[in-house]
Design a protein around this ligand. Structure first.
Ligand SMILES: *Cc1c(COP(=O)(O)O)cnc(C)c1O
Length: 367
């Protein structure tokens, strides 16, 4: 049995959802983004919390994730955000998922699958108005809309775009992208049979750029308490906590090389806590001699290389540290907390990756 455990605080997820609701009001729909196994928090468990909290839609990455939400009995709109290929269209229709169209070649297979099953399928069209990643250039959007309209089995439910730097208050391009999106939509508006749902905002948009709220928002990271970026003082609570237990306490002299490559050499007689966790548990090797962990409510440094299943923490001077004691790698212990944003800093990454890594490998428990 592993000594490592990831605890997910369901009350924190619900609380974070309520912060988004307060921010956007009742008139704006909230698509809870639960892709990537709910950023490592567990797809179905997290979606159930957001369902009870009032989520009007869910955003997933894959058709399999969408099907899992349906199996769990969730009936809201489920939007497959990252595009689909022709071999998935039957399942998309069968599961009543809403695909995002990035690419015109998928329109005919979708229309045929929907017609074949005697269903009308709602789709969303993604425009690239400045993100510079996936989506249709605005110039092509009119022709693509016309193609969608030509098929009675397809219904345009949404028009969307994405923001590249909304996690900064002084984001250089958010206002421009919003303006371009509005222009393109106004242009297309006269050619649409009914007004589709307009959506643009991720978490950064929700909290830092209220003008981007439009008809629906798509928060992800803020629901899990990971910011992002400058989104910090909103009262978010981090839902994930990652802990392990000490398997050995050892005393070593000064000038002792520790672990692989002896990248750390003790300066003083030291007490070490041996932790049965490492990059095999997605505790990244980039955290070597950089991270801190909580032991007896105190911050202590990780020293030497993080190896596959072992990591050392320096507990010199902390009284009474014993085998079996808990060590917290992410989250709170006593009055102290290690945040995902902090771990991300040590890893030269972002809180998103920390959640996906830590939540993706270790047994999860829901509290
Ligand atoms: C992942 C994703 C989001 C959520 O972004 P956060 O920064 O986590 O809030 C929103 N929209 C799309 C299209 C996404 O892929």
């Amino acid at each position: 049995m592993s000594h490592n455990v990831v605890e997910i605080d369901c009350a924190a997820l619900a609380h974070n959802f309520s912060l988004v609701r307060r921010q956007v009001g009742e008139g704006v729909r909230i698509m809870a983004v639960v892709k990537a196994d709910a950023y490592g928090h567990g797809l179905v468990e997290a979606a159930r919390v957001f369902d009870r909290a009032g989520a009007e839609a869910f955003g997933v990455a894959t058709v399999e994730e969408g099907a899992a939400l349906r199996r769990a009995g969730l009936s809201q709109e489920v939007v497959v955000l990252v595009g689909i290929l022709a071999d998935a269209v039957d399942e998309v229709v069968l599961q009543r998922l809403s695909p995002v169209i990035l690419e015109p070649s998928i329109i005919l297979p979708l229309a045929m699958a929907a017609a074949h099953q005697g269903r009308e399928l709602g789709v969303h069209l993604k425009l690239d108005v400045g993100m510079g990643r996936a989506g249709l250039p605005p110039m092509e959007s009119e022709a693509v809309l016309r193609r969608i309209r030509d098929y009675p089995s397809l219904r345009l439910d949404g028009l969307m775009a994405h923001l590249p730097s909304s996690d900064r208050r002084d984001s250089p391009d958010t206002a421009g992208i919003l303006a371009t999106f509005r222009e393109v939509v106004a242009d297309l508006g006269t050619k649409l049979p009914a007004r589709p749902c307009l959506h643009l905002a991720n978490s950064g948009g929700v909290f830092l750029h209220p003008g981007t709220h439009l008809d629906m928002v798509r928060p992800g990271i803020s629901l899990y308490g990971g910011g992002p970026g400058e989104v910090r003082d909103t009262g978010q609570r981090q839902a994930m906590r990652f802990s392990t237990r000490i398997v050995q306490v050892r005393r070593v002299g000064a000038n002792t090389g520790l672990g692989y490559d002896h990248t750390f050499i003790t300066q003083r007689p030291s007490t070490l806590a041996v932790l049965p966790v490492g990059y095999g548990d997605n505790y990244s090797r980039r955290l070597s001699s950089r991270a801190e962990v909580l032991i007896h409510g105190r911050r202590v440094p990780v020293i030497g290389r993080v190896s596959m299943n072992l990591t050392l923490a320096d507990v010199t001077g902390i009284e009474g540290v014993a085998v079996g004691d808990e060590a917290v790698l992410l989250g709170g212990q006593g009055g102290e907390t290690i945040s995902a944003i902090e771990v991300a800093g040590w890893m030269e990454s972002i809180s998103y990756e920390v959640f996906c890594l830590f939540g993706g490998r270790t047994k999860r428990v829901y509290v």
